[in-house]
Design a protein around this ligand. Structure first.
Ligand code: DC
Length: 196
């Protein structure tokens, strides 16, 4: 059967990755969680003190360090899913923390970060047979994808999904804080300047 590219766009915590993973498993395709890539760069920035909270929009140091950041996905046969690795270390859990949630929109708005991520995503998907999720996949990364799906969900359902994910890692928060973070990220992600 002909292999295709499947692009799943939509807001955060709508179930994009749950659906994408199931689809990839069923079709025996690879699954690429592009949000995890932006989250991994954000984690690197946080771990290395590259986010200056006083000068929130000065990312000069992070841009300089970009060549040192290696993000990859390695298949875990026990989970039947790929996990995100940052410079050789499994960070699949750490990248879902509230601290990463709070900084990822700003990091993903950096032109140099997006250029690097988009180039990696195109390389990963060049042979098709891939399900990729993220908010610019169908519009920018693979505009010619044979199948494009846009997902959305009720905001409280989204907040509950994110809360459950955080709680499953022992990271407990108030649902209203989680909801506020989702809504402010929606705003930041939708209103950032068109970069790529
Ligand atoms: O889907 P998510 O919550 O894991 O995404 C994390 C952040 O990464 C999101 O706030 C915006 C950014 N992102 C992006 O800019 N482009 C993508 N293709 C995927 C995610």
């Amino acid at each position: 059967m002909q292999k295709i590219t499947i692009a799943i766009d939509g807001f955060s915590s709508c179930g994009k990755s749950t659906m994408a993973k199931a689809l990839a498993q069923k079709l025996n395709y690879s699954y690429i969680d592009t949000g995890a890539m932006y989250r991994s760069v954000t984690l690197y920035a946080l771990q290395n003190g590259l986010i200056d909270h006083k000068k929130k929009h000065d990312f000069t140091k992070l841009i300089e360090e970009l060549p040192k950041i290696k993000v990859e996905f390695i298949y875990n046969p026990t989970l039947h899913a790929s996990e995100a690795f940052l410079n050789g270390k499994n960070v699949d859990r750490e990248i879902r923390s509230m601290e990463v949630n709070e900084n990822v929109s700003a990091v993903s708005s950096i032109k140099e970060v997006r250029e690097k991520m988009v180039a990696m995503q195109r390389e990963m998907g060049k042979n098709k047979a891939v399900v990729m999720d993220g908010r610019d996949i169908g519009t920018n990364v693979f505009p010619d994808a044979e199948l494009k799906i846009f997902m959305t969900a009720d905001n409280m359902v989204r907040a509950q999904r994110r809360l459950d994910e955080l709680s499953s890692h022992g990271d407990y928060h108030d649902i209203n804080d989680v909801l506020q973070n989702l809504l402010s990220r929606d705003h930041a992600d939708m209103h950032r300047k068109k970069i790529l």
